[in-house]
Design a protein around this ligand. Structure first.
Ligand SMILES: [Zn+2]
Ligand SMILES: [Zn+2]
Ligand SMILES: [Zn+2]
Length: 260
């Protein structure tokens, strides 16, 4: 199984419009961060997309992402959903309707914003629009022979869902992890965890909070995502242990998948 980081930035992206700070003006390509999303290539060859950021098209072109078989949504904030229309390219390439999964609140928001893309049961793929089905999830489910485990997280007023897929877990926007969710995160090879900056924030973990959560979860390695412009890539990573690092856009990691 393979994970591709499509975007690793916070909701405004890095560089931020009009900002003259050192990170926003940096020439290090690792300091350019699109809004957060990722792709997971399953052992069977199918590709799951996690979130459809406003930069889905740009990120998919950069990463050479030529196939998407389903979408897992973490929550309904704009930086995680607004690229849904770009799924149209995959509908056309694969002549397929794409299933999209999220909690009830997220599915309701997707229907409000992208109701034109929903194909009714038994319906045909529309030729000139995206074609998706929305699925409300309340617990673990099977997709392409793989168990997908939603992991409830604390985030703003909405909450968000992390996803555990085999020995990978992707937990973006969160201010905290409930005890019952820590239990779902044992025995991981790779943890992806949202971490905004060093200073506290009401809706996101700070670096200290994220490091403490990563220690408690104890994955073999942890990658941080959803960083603000307060976090220079290279300087921050130099100060962190080698198995606790900021991810960057376009990074590809292989997941050791002993328990399937
Ligand atoms: Zn976000
Ligand atoms: Zn800046
Ligand atoms: Zn959010």
């Amino acid at each position: 199984m393979q994970l591709i980081f499509l975007g690793t930035g916070t909701s405004q992206g890095i560089p931020m419009i009009g900002c003259q700070c050192a990170v926003c003006r940096s020439r290090d390509p690792h300091d350019r961060r699109m809004r957060a999303s990722a792709a997971v290539r399953l052992a069977g060859g199918q590709t799951l997309l996690i979130d459809t950021s406003p930069e889905l098209r740009v990120c998919a072109l950069a990463a050479g992402l030529e196939r998407v078989d389903a979408v897992l949504y973490t929550h309904s904030h704009a930086d995680h959903v607004m690229g849904l229309d770009d799924l149209r390219s995959y509908n056309q390439r694969q002549d397929a309707i794409l299933p999209c999964f999220g909690d009830a609140r997220t599915v309701a928001m997707l229907r409000r914003a992208f109701g034109y893309a929903e194909v009714p049961p038994g319906g045909q793929r529309p030729p000139d629009r995206p074609g998706v089905t929305f699925h409300e999830i309340t617990g673990p489910f099977e997709l392409f022979g793989q168990t997908i485990m939603p992991v409830p997280l604390l985030h703003a007023s909405t909450g968000s869902l992390g996803y555990r897929i085999g020995r990978l877990a992707y937990c973006t926007d969160c201010s905290g992890i409930p005890d019952s969710s820590f239990e779902l995160l044992s025995g991981l090879d790779t943890l992806v965890l949202g971490m905004l900056r060093r200073r506290p924030h009401p809706a996101h973990m700070s670096l200290d909070q994220a490091l403490a959560a990563a220690d408690r979860i104890g994955a073999r390695r942890t990658f941080f995502i959803h960083m603000s412009h307060d976090m220079p890539h290279e300087a921050t990573n130099r100060q962190l242990p080698p198995n606790r690092q900021l991810a960057y856009d376009g990074q590809v990691v292989e997941i050791a998948d002993a328990d399937g």
